[in-house]
Design a protein. Structure first.
Lengths: 134, 676
């Protein structure tokens, strides 16, 4: 076997393992990224969607935020204009979280209709830009 | 001044179009007058753009809030340091900064390129003018003119986002920009070589320093970004695999691959197609990075202004990608390899695997970053992958790369013999094995961390061995003292030993990354006098005792500071303060959301990282998050050593060994097979 063929085998091994790692990575760690209305459609079609890890991207409903700092509990609602879900998060939200930002909530929707969040990311236009004066 | 600024943009735009035309036509027809004209166009564009930069800085310092850009990013109470850096705090200013720096680099390339490569320069001027003109046209036609005036004059500006008011943020963006921008110069030379069909090793020699420069800026920019994220954002880490971070990592990976594979082309005349593709790819990735950060097509926590500017970049990316790969494809027959791979156990082979790994990592990062878009296109539902995906894929690949870092430099070119292997690897392999054994006995059970440290020890041993052998040889041959011999060794072979220094830095970084596998964290709500307890991975028990809260006004902010006393295993270590800041405008009204000032206590073993999340109902009862991050300091040290090594390689004079070429007798093709 000449060196070229051996190298081709080695290269195929590397390419193969990159491919395998990527495929298994997506399979094991991929999460749906849904808007609240997409989530409600999915749930209506397929009830097994409860208790599945996912990310929900939506706006926080203004005025819906209640924080209990002492127990580090955060409750709020998210909406995309049509569907609306309540979120319960135990932990510390990022600095940029308030009741007018877009958030990405990572967690599971339970039968009680509440999304139990394991992580809340706040995304807001003011990260690098000033808040537009209302 | 805004009139002057806009005028300069228009001048630069028109000159740029002329320069592009004159460069390409002049180069093709070999007309000296047009070639000269293209060269002058680059200089003229540079001058016009820097006058525009001066005009914008003038407006910033004059607090001319009638200019929209000035009103958006500065305010009267902003420290002067940050007023200056507001030049690149926003999108419009960044575009101007980008175009100006590109024209400056282009001018430097015109001046500094030796006579030997003269024939390439008209095309280089053409490419630089085309790219710079694109950036200027985004400003002029994409509603992104930084000199745009408002219909009224606000009394004060919006101020700069407090998270950007950090020294790291002053240097991080321009470093990354400098890295991104300077890739254009090697790309321009690559295109020039393709267009002029001068595809020998010459063009590689002409761009060696430029590729290193851009790699160095990217490395420093990425490290500063990690540092900023760590000290300023308060989530307790330095790398989150966010799309914007990935965008900066992608060209770094392909550039690093190029810096290695280019050595094979120089020494052995192989990999010509691969190298050109890497350069073109790196440049396209740098534009791609700008596109995804500016367009908002991928949701990222870094949300820059989303605007149609992104689509200008998408268009440019597609057009430039098509154009450059078309030229590339027409020149493929000229890019045959001169020699072929002789043995799997050779430096060539190890470099080839190294390249495949770099590109494989880059591909997986690109794939993960784009996955939400791809999955939506294919399945109709967005699926995202996060840090677990990137870690799961890249840790094994990274470890393989780390192993090659040790193997590559020691193994012989062409074909390594068994005695050669024994001589080179006996000591390093023993050191690595011993390190693994010690860690196992010491109780470390995390496989990846264990491998990272053991491989790190192996690579470090190879580097030490190389330095020791080199110094001993000089000592024997010239009778120099060992220390002097070591210094001369480094000075006379900068490329080689500077490269080893970079490898040392990378080893340190890998070990530091492995440390994060042992991070521990707890949250607590404490009244003054109460304590929280956290066990460190080294087995110590830390106690954090809340001492109290103070509130006071500073320059442009109201500060709430909590002070904690830290004890380790019952022994008092000192106090730590962590703050919540509310920035205010000139009238004392709050601007922006509150920001966190993390309390960090570092030593070489671990960082105590304390975040004040808030006060309960305005009392002194405070909510904290305590994190212990092992080995974080080594990330910064490793980054510094990487940068230092890059500087050693780049330092002018001395270092570059003559390009060695093999005899024509070895000329057989192989590269096509490898690229498949």
């Amino acid at each position: 076997m000449n060196a070229g063929t051996k190298f081709a085998i080695g290269a195929a091994l590397i390419v193969g393992s990159v491919g395998y790692l990527m495929a298994s990575g997506v399979k094991q760690t991929g999460q749906y990224f849904l808007t609240p209305s997409e989530l409600s459609q999915k749930i209506a079609l397929d009830p097994s969607f409860y208790n599945v890890g996912m990310k929900v991207g939506a706006h926080v409903v203004p005025g819906s935020v209640t924080r209990d700092l002492a127990t580090r509990t955060l409750r709020f609602q998210v909406t995309d204009g049509s569907a609306r879900y309540a979120v319960l998060y135990r932990g510390l939200p990022p600095d940029t979280f308030n009741d007018s930002v877009e958030v990405v909530v990572e967690g599971r929707l339970q039968k009680d209709g509440i999304i139990y969040a394991t992580n809340v990311l706040a995304k807001c236009g003011s990260r690098y830009e000033a808040v537009p004066k209302a | 001044m805004t009139v002057l600024g806009s005028l300069c943009l228009w001048i630069a735009f028109l000159v740029g179009i002329w320069g592009a035309l004159a460069g390409f036509v002049g180069g093709r027809q070999g007309r000296r007058d047009l070639e000269q004209s293209a060269r002058h166009a680059v200089f003229a564009m540079c001058a016009a753009l820097w006058v525009a930069v001066a005009a914008l800085e003038w407006a910033l310092f004059q607090h001319d809030f009638n200019v929209e850009y000035v009103a958006s990013y500065t305010s009267r109470n902003l420290p002067i340091f940050y007023t200056w850096s507001a030049l690149y705090a926003g999108q419009k200013g960044s575009l101007l900064f980008w175009a100006s720096v590109l024209s400056l680099f282009g001018s430097l390339a015109m001046v500094l390129t030796g006579r030997r490569h003269r024939a390439l320069l008209p095309y280089v001027a053409g490419v630089v003018c085309t790219v710079a003109t694109f950036f200027i046209s985004v400003m002029l036609f994409g509603q992104a003119n930084p000199f745009h005036r408002l219909a009224y004059t606000p009394l004060d500006g919006n101020g700069l986002n407090p998270q950007l008011q950090n020294p790291g943020m002053v240097f991080h963006p321009p470093m990354l920009y400098l890295g991104y921008i300077s890739i254009t110069i090697p790309f321009a030379f690559a295109m020039a070589a393709l267009l002029s069909k001068r595809l020998d090793v010459d063009w590689l020699v002409a761009i060696r320093k430029w590729t290193l420069l851009s790699w160095l800026f990217l490395s420093i920019g990425i490290c500063l970004g990690m540092w900023w994220a760590y000290v300023e954002l308060g989530w307790g880490g330095y790398w989150a695999w966010d799309p914007v971070e990935n965008a900066s990592l992608l060209p770094w990976l392909t550039m690093t691959a190029f810096l290695h594979s280019v050595m094979i082309q120089e020494k052995r005349g192989m990999l010509k197609k691969w190298n050109l593709a890497l350069i073109i790819g790196s440049w396209l990735l740098s534009i791609f990075g700008t596109f995804i950060t500016r367009s908002g097509v991928i949701s990222s926590v870094h949300s820059f202004t989303q605007s149609n500017v992104g689509y200008f970049f998408l268009f440019f990316l597609i057009a430039a990608g098509t154009a450059s790969f078309t030229v590339y494809a027409t020149r493929l027959p000229l890019l045959a390899a001169e020699t072929k791979l002789e043995s799997m156990v050779s430096r060539e082979a190890s470099f080839l695997f190294n390249n495949l790994l770099f590109v494989g990592i880059a591909f997986s990062v690109l794939w993960g970053t784009l996955f939400p878009i791809l999955s939506e296109l294919v399945q109709g539902t967005k699926v995202t992958v996060g840090p677990p995906f990137f870690n799961q894929v890249n840790i094994p690949l990274g470890l393989a790369l780390l192993a090659l870092t040790g193997i590559g430099p020691l193994i012989a070119w062409r074909r390594a013999s068994l005695p050669n292997l024994q001589r080179q690897f006996a000591v390093p392999v023993t050191v690595g094995g011993f390190a693994a054994l010690v860690l196992l006995v010491g109780g470390m059970r995390d496989l990846y961390a264990l491998m990272a440290i053991a491989l790190g020890a192996f690579v470090a041993a190879t580097v030490v061995q190389e330095f020791a052998r080199g110094a001993r040889a000089r000592h024997r041959q010239y009778g120099e003292a060992y220390l002097l011999a070591l210094g001369r060794l480094l000075g006379r072979n900068r490329r080689r030993y500077g490269g080893y220094s970079v490898h040392t830095g990378m080893v340190i970084l890998f070990i530091a990354f492995a440390g994060m596998a042992f991070k521990t964290e707890t949250e607590a709500t404490l009244r003054p006098g109460e304590s929280a307890v956290l066990k460190s991975p080294y087995g110590w028990t830390y106690t954090f005792t809340h001492l109290g809260v103070s509130q006071y006004d500073a320059l442009n902010r109201q500060v709430t500071a909590a002070t904690l006393e830290i004890g380790r295993d019952g022994k008092r270590l000192g106090v730590l303060t962590t703050e919540k800041r509310q920035h205010v405008d000139g009238l004392g009204r709050p601007t922006f959301q509150p920001s966190t000032e993390v309390g960090i206590r570092s030593d070489l073993r671990e960082d105590l990282y304390v975040v004040l999340a808030g006060l309960v109902n305005g009392t002194e009862q405070a909510v904290f998050r305590f994190t212990i991050n092992p080995l974080v300091w080594w990330v910064w040290y490793g980054g510094m050593i990487v940068a230092l090594g890059g500087l050693i390689v780049m330092w002018p004079g001395g270092g570059s060994p003559a390009v060695k070429r093999t005899q024509a007798g070895y000329a057989v093709r192989l590269v096509e097979d490898m690229k498949a």
